[in-house]
Design a protein around this ligand. Structure first.
Ligand code: 5AD
Ligand code: SF4
Length: 474
């Protein structure tokens, strides 16, 4: 069955390549009318998955002849949207209003919307009604047919809308444009089966589907041959990778195979669900020379009562025991997390439990979110917490998080560690910015030719959440 599937994908792939050729013709036509290469801007909202999807969009856009620019005053603007919290949706509506202003001055301008927000029927209705100037809308499942959709858009004056409810198809191997030449995200699985009661992701990204290990390995080898030294394996719940393949394989085994790839230097992954983090994985991380010393382990809440209502399937004690096990075996592992404040039914006492976990775990960083009610999720119909209580709790939590993070980050002051140099410092061109294995940032004197290299850096001074340092000889 695997063979049939990949044959279908090859067919789909060649169909899409023919649409790329066709779309080139349409873009050339626009180019003749404008007397210049048309410009395009892709704006990404949300997570690393979306960032990777945008690289796929840009790959196709460049292939069909667009010049990519940063400004939204372009001939073609695409919003790759997020819907995990309502403020992400509101930002898209606000920005769409601004785009309409640009479009009035540029009759050639086209606007497209894609990503998670588009998988919600109420959003599509609203756009059709209030933002009729949008040219193309597609979703998360059919992004692989972007070239084909571009052709449809050029052939129609009316809004093109193509949203799929779900899909079994995985089509990779289309052109992609990496944001960084030396590092890359790689999708190892799509979708999520967990249905945490607050979360809209399973509804907009569909059921869990894992890519075949051979395809993942092949993609990584190609990336390494193209100069990539660090990869980030992406999935909503990487710890359940491979469970639904015809020949099941564990995430830990996949990591072991990836570790063997010559020339690859660093491996990162996200996100890990605590309930599925196996001893086998801890063992593989401990043995590995390439897996970075950073684990993102979303807590969401420290109260067992709230965790149960969230359908997280672990207790406060189980989470703490897991962290303890990891820290005992791998003492230098940085741990970061996500926390939601104001989930339905959360009392100040529940929040104290969360703060207690923050203090016990001593997170290196935590992303804290105010609960956002998502229509269609089970938590939306639970009794909501008053706003004032949420605000107060959020501030208290943030303070605790920052105290711990400051302490954790400062632990390595004075030591020498490896940093992958990522860019010239935005504010001071005599500095470059690097990332340690544990994800902490360090700024050091350097030049652009160091970008993409792993250097030994002395961590001289800790400035809150980052270091100032200098490169030292090996
Ligand atoms: N409200 C607030 N935060 C949420 N997250 C997911 N859904 C919601 C929601 N409805 C947070 C979780 C998750 C992160 C990606 O976003 O903490 O781990
Ligand atoms: Fe959402 Fe939970 Fe799936 Fe993460 S594991 S995407 S929070 S449902």
């Amino acid at each position: 069955m695997g063979e049939v599937k990949s044959r279908q994908n090859t067919e789909e792939l060649s169909r899409q390549f023919s649409y790329i050729e066709k779309a080139k013709g349409y873009v050339e036509e626009v180019s003749r009318q404008l007397n210049r290469k048309p410009t395009c801007c892709v704006t990404t909202f949300g997570c690393q998955m979306n960032a990777r999807d945008s690289e796929k969009l840009v790959g196709i856009l460049e292939a069909v002849g667009y010049e990519m620019i940063e400004s939204e005053n372009a001939d073609f603007v695409i919003f790759n949207t997020c819907t995990v919290r309502d403020n992400a949706n509101q930002r898209v509506y606000g920005r769409l209003g601004e785009l309409n202003g640009h479009k009035r001055h540029n009759p050639h301008m086209k606007i497209a919307l894609c990503g998670c927000m588009m998988q919600e029927p109420t959003v599509i209705e609203k756009i059709q009604k209030s933002y009729p100037f949008v040219n193309l809308i597609f979703g998360t499942h059919n992004i692989f047919k972007f070239a084909e959709l571009l052709c449809t858009m050029f052939e129609n004056d009316r809004m093109t809308v193509d949203i799929w409810q779900d899909t079994e198809t995985i089509v990779e191997d289309l052109p992609k444009r990496r944001k960084y030449p030396f590092k890359s995200g790689i999708n190892i699985m799509f979708g999520c089966n967990n249905f945490c009661s607050y979360c809209i992701v399973p509804y907009v990204r569909g059921r869990e589907r894992s890519r075949h290990p051979e395809e993942i390995i092949r993609e990584i080898k190609n990336l390494v041959a193209d100069g990539v030294v660090e990869i980030m394996l992406l999935g909503q719940n990487v710890n359940s990778y491979g469970k639904n393949l015809e020949e099941p394989i564990s995430f830990a085994k996949l990591l072991k195979e990836i570790e063997q790839i010559e020339g690859l230097q660093r491996i990162r992954f996200m996100t890990s669900h605590p309930k599925d983090l196996s001893d086998e994985l801890i063992e593989v991380m401990q043995q590995s020379k390439k897996i970075c010393r950073h684990l993102h382990l979303p807590l969401q809440s420290g109260s067992t009562k709230i965790l149960e209502k969230m359908n997280r399937r672990y207790t406060k004690e189980q989470y703490l025991a897991l962290v303890n096990k990891i820290r005992t075996r791998i003492p230098d592992m940085a741990i970061t997390t996500d926390i939601i404040v104001g989930f339905p039914g959360e009392t100040p006492e529940d929040l104290e439990e969360t703060i207690d976990v923050v203090r016990q775990v001593k997170y290196d960083n935590a992303f804290t979110f105010i609960y956002s009610k998502r229509t269609g999720t089970p938590a939306a119909s639970m009794e909501q917490v008053p706003q004032e209580q949420v605000k107060d709790g959020f501030d208290r939590l943030l303070k605790a998080v920052q105290e711990c993070a400051r302490e954790q980050v400062a632990k390595y002051r004075g030591s020498v560690m490896e940093a992958l140099i990522e860019e010239v410092n935005e504010n001071n061109p005599s500095l470059v910015t690097g990332r340690l294995s544990n994800n902490t940032i360090v700024h050091l004197p350097g030049t652009a030719d160091m970008i993409g290299q792993i250097c030994q850096v002395s961590l001289d001074e800790c400035c809150g959440f980052y270091y100032m340092g200098h490169a030292v000889e090996k």
